[in-house]
Design a protein around this ligand. Structure first.
Ligand SMILES: Nc1ncnc2c1ncn2[C@@H]1O[C@H](COP(=O)(O)OP(=O)(O)OP(=O)(O)O)[C@@H](O)[C@H]1O
Ligand SMILES: O=C(O)[C@H](O)COP(=O)(O)O
Length: 403
């Protein structure tokens, strides 16, 4: 198979793994519900192709991941045994959960593995050395294996020990998920079929400035929604009621607008918006022109005319990247704009790439994830790619062609 990764990193398909101990960094950072059960196993499912690939070729698979943000100490409800159980059910193979990620017990469990066996190390963030990228911790993890595979796209923007430290000690290659994610983003950013449109929403401009600056130099059309629309509207001098305007970002927003004008990029703001006193369930709502947001009201969604316009504009695109819901989609009263954008992308005959945790969540809630070309498993990592930043975890891997 052709290596589709730009900058040509070596992939798991280019190495011999039979009989070898292979340490796979996965991103099993799944959301948990109030009872501590897995609320969404998308990230676990996304790791299956690489794990199956390795097992079928007789590797001894040593999986590792973080879960949530324990501060370098054991938190019982964040043990990875629950991930091991789900993974085992999905794979139809045993997955042995270990009680630590380094140390003598782990070493003997790994030494006892046979070809095709799978173990899952304990939550890496129970050790403070993981986030500190501690060299001796990396070495101990690396000592468990003969090959390192990074399949944790969602964590590859983190310079943590298991992401950037371990690959310094072992032959280090990309897993199938990492390869697919990096290719999807790189392909649309470097060589999109045109017209190329971006929909950028979400709560705040400040979270997305890097993305706005990067996409403006690549797209033909930029549609702005979400809470950040208020800052754009304020920068054009319109009243925004009680919406959160990032006054320290007005100059940045003007720069984005100027760049769009300079490059001939059409930047479209919602022409009408749904407003309420608070973006909460049961709050009385009104649709108003985006230029006339009343005092005391916040913008909580794009309005129906804006949704029509966004859908029409997106219908003419051949490539669309979407990051950030265009309204408070978690509340049914303010979900319609986001649902309309998702539907427009689902109907598109072209390439659609969805990046960002909430955006992915929205597309899944509307049952439209399967209609998209690529739905990313990454939050911060997807933002980094869209902002054109290198992913440290990807850069740390061996270049393709190296022996
Ligand atoms: N008009 C609005 N006012 C306030 N918040 C909004 C508005 N529109 C959308 N949001 C909120 O923005 C949040 C998502 O924005 P964010 O930028 O974090 O998306 P993402 O990049 O897809 O997700 P993540 O950061 O989880 O990876 C949602 O919780 C949504 O409710
Ligand atoms: O959920 C994510 O985006 C990744 O798993 C990274 O998690 P972190 O933001 O806690 O590093």
């Amino acid at each position: 198979m052709q290596n589709v990764i730009p900058r040509q990193k070596k992939t798991v398909q280019e190495i011999d793994v039979r009989g070898k101990r292979v340490l796979v960094r996965a991103d099993f950072n799944v959301p948990l519900d109030e009872e501590g059960a897995i609320a969404d196993d998308t990230r676990i499912r996304a790791s299956l192709p690489t794990i199956n690939y390795l097992c079928e070729r007789g590797a001894r698979v040593i999986l590792c991941s973080h879960l949530d943000r324990p501060k370098g100490e054991i938190v019982e409800r964040l043990r990875l045994a629950l991930v091991a159980n789900r993974l085992s059910a999905l794979l139809g193979r045993p997955v042995v959960a270990l009680r630590d990620c380094i140390g003598p017990e782990v070493e003997s469990a790994v030494a006892a593995m046979s070809d095709g066996d799978i173990v899952l190390l304990e939550n890496l963030r129970f050790h403070p050395e993981e986030r500190a990228d501690d060299p001796s911790f990396s070495e101990k993890l690396a000592d468990l294996a003969e090959v390192y595979v990074n399949d944790a796209f969602g964590a590859s923007h983190r310079s943590h020990a298991s992401v950037v430290g371990v690959p310094q000690h072992l032959p280090a290659v990309a897993g199938l998920l990492l390869e697919r994610e990096v290719s999807a983003f790189t392909r649309i950013l470097q060589d999109p079929e045109r017209p190329f449109a971006a929909v950028i929403g979400g709560a705040k401009v400040s979270d997305k400035l890097g993305v706005l600056d990067n996409v403006i130099s690549r797209v033909d059309l930029l549609l702005i929604g979400g809470g950040m629309a208020a800052t754009f509207l304020a920068s054009r001098g319109y009243p925004t009621g009680a919406s959160h305007v990032e006054t320290d970002r007005l100059d940045d927003v003007r720069r984005v607008e100027e760049n769009a004008a300079k490059r001939g990029v059409r930047l479209v703001l919602p022409r009408d918006v749904v407003v309420a006193e608070r973006p909460e369930t049961g709050a009385p709502t009104r649709v108003v022109p985006a230029t006339e947001v009343p005092d005391g009201q916040v913008i909580a969604d794009i309005g129906p005319e804006a949704a029509d316009e966004f859908s029409r504009e997106l219908g003419g695109a051949r490539t669309v990247v979407w990051n950030g819901p265009v309204g408070v989609f978690e509340v049914p009263e303010f979900a319609e704009g986001t649902r309309r954008v998702a539907a427009a992308l689902a109907n598109l005959r072209g390439t659609t790439v969805i990046g960002g945790g909430s955006t992915t969540d929205a597309v899944q809630r509307f049952g439209l994830a399967d209609e998209m070309t690529h739905v990313s498993t990454g939050g911060g990592a997807a933002l980094a790619m869209l902002a054109g930043k290198p992913l440290p975890g990807f850069e740390a891997l061996d270049d393709a062609g190296t022996p």
